[in-house]
Design a protein. Structure first.
Length: 458
């Protein structure tokens, strides 16, 4: 197998990921494996936590691991190896073979991608300025905390993280691939009194597009407006979802498009391919090649070059997300979304509309602005029934005007109903990622009609 210049350089070091991956593939193929995928990764990370508007914890770490997938007579085994030394690798090979011998064949497994492939660089996924940020991270964080204070924060808490990663993939089917990336993530929750709070986040692969001070100002503004909320009245409301809470919902839509979830009865999209699942205002894509996309990467877990996939177009479900095995079973092509077992989205993008927030507010006679949610839970994945609790600032709209903050309401609705009732889409998208949104999602604010709200007390 031809080595790239980068991997050749890696192999000058003892126990480096490229040579260990090659050794694993040789050993497993020599002992009867049909398919082998070895993914090696290293990561340098820093994390700054802050509470009461003061940095409380600073830590950094280096991590490395090998993920190994093996298929022997359709018996599938996956494991991780934390040590790259030869004894640990030999021990892992022995255990993999024992597990495979005891496993039951997966008759639905149809193999991995056939390489080799060529890859294109994705813009704005690696930034030397992030990789070399060092102590300047403290200055950036203190700057954001000071902005929150100047905008009325009594206290602020959150996290600031940076990562620098390198990945290497080798398969028994002729795939060899490498990538590197940087990430910066910031989350701040601001309180102006015991109860009134606001939350905002930002994330970027490049430093020049990383905006913690702007996020701090947004969080403080929401908190100031949320003072002295009144208990909300249960009922149906037209709801303007800010990007943060709507990303929470859209992440569930993206996951529901995975063929694994469709077949496992964990999706409300089963049997709906080619059918209307939302209003004409709903277009959703998954894009693993998105410049500055928080999870953009050159290849999926099989080494297939990532691509842009339209999941929903003008309300119509266009595509399920596939890996090579599921695509072969369904007589279609992989969408380059492996997960070898479970296809997953990379970056979900909800297409922009033409409205600003004030224009959406003027459309609403009786409604709410929701700026954040948590504890999103599905009562029934197959039907799409879910609930989620608004937190931080939530505001009542009456006759096209915001009249004040409210509290103690829970959204209890249905995923497809939300998509079908999407009436207006904003024109200012924001990237969202975090505790409640694990799939990076880019969305503007969205107006959804007739959302069901029930009583809730946090």
């Amino acid at each position: 197998m031809k080595k790239t210049a980068a991997s050749a350089g890696m192999e000058t070091k003892e126990n480096n990921p490229a040579s260990i991956a090659a050794y694993l593939v040789r050993q497993l193929k020599g002992k009867g494996a049909d398919d082998v995928v070895v993914s090696a990764g290293t990561e340098e990370a820093t994390q700054l936590k802050f509470s009461n508007s003061t940095i409380s914890t600073t830590q950094s770490w280096h991590s490395e691991k090998l993920n190994v997938f093996v298929a022997i007579d359709r018996k599938l085994v996956g494991t991780s190896i934390r040590s790259l030394g030869k004894p640990a690798v030999d021990d892992a090979v022995s255990k993999i073979l024992k597990f495979a011998a005891a496993a039951v064949p997966n008759k639905e497994y149809m193999g991995i991608a056939e390489g080799p492939f060529s890859y294109k660089e994705i813009p704005e996924t690696y930034d030397r300025a992030v990789a070399e940020l060092g102590d300047r991270a403290v200055d950036l964080l203190n700057g954001a905390i000071n902005v929150a204070k100047r905008n009325g924060a009594a206290r602020a808490a959150g996290i600031f993280e940076t990562t620098v990663s390198n990945s290497y993939l080798l398969t028994s089917n002729g795939v060899e691939a490498e990538d590197r990336g940087t990430k910066a993530y910031f989350s701040m929750r601001v309180f102006v009194d015991k109860y009134a709070s606001g939350h905002h986040i930002c994330n970027s692969r490049v430093l020049r597009k990383f905006t913690p001070e702007a996020s701090a100002e947004r969080a403080a503004t929401i908190a100031k407006q949320a003072v002295n909320p009144m208990p909300g009245v249960p009922g149906n409301y037209d709801v303007i979802f800010s990007p943060l809470p709507f990303a929470n919902i859209i992440e569930s839509v993206g996951k529901a498009a995975s063929i694994f979830n469709v077949e496992s009865k964990l999706s409300c999209f089963a049997g709906k391919l080619g059918k209307k699942v939302g209003s004409d205002n709903v277009t959703l894509v998954d894009d693993g090649t998105l410049p500055n996309g928080f999870d953009s990467v050159k290849f999926d877990e099989e080494g297939v070059p990532t691509q842009k996939n339209v999941i929903i177009e003008d309300g119509t479900l266009k595509k399920y997300l596939h890996n090579t095995s599921t695509a072969r079973r369904h007589k279609t092509k992989t969408t380059a979304n492996a997960g070898i077992v479970t296809p997953n989205p990379f970056n979900l993008v909800f297409e922009n509309g033409n409205f600003n927030k004030e224009e959406m507010i003027r459309q609403v006679k009786r409604g709410l602005i929701v700026t954040n949610v948590w504890y999103t839970r599905f009562q029934n994945y197959e039907s799409g029934d879910f609930s989620t609790i608004p937190r931080d600032g939530m505001f009542l709209i009456e006759n096209g005007r915001v009249t004040g903050p409210v509290k103690e309401l829970r959204i209890s609705d249905n995923l497809i109903r939300i998509l079908q009732n999407t009436a207006a889409v904003g024109k200012e998208p924001e990237p969202v990622f975090g505790w409640e949104v694990e799939v990076p999602t880019i969305t503007p604010a969205v107006l959804v009609k007739d959302v069901r709200l029930t009583k809730s007390v946090e």
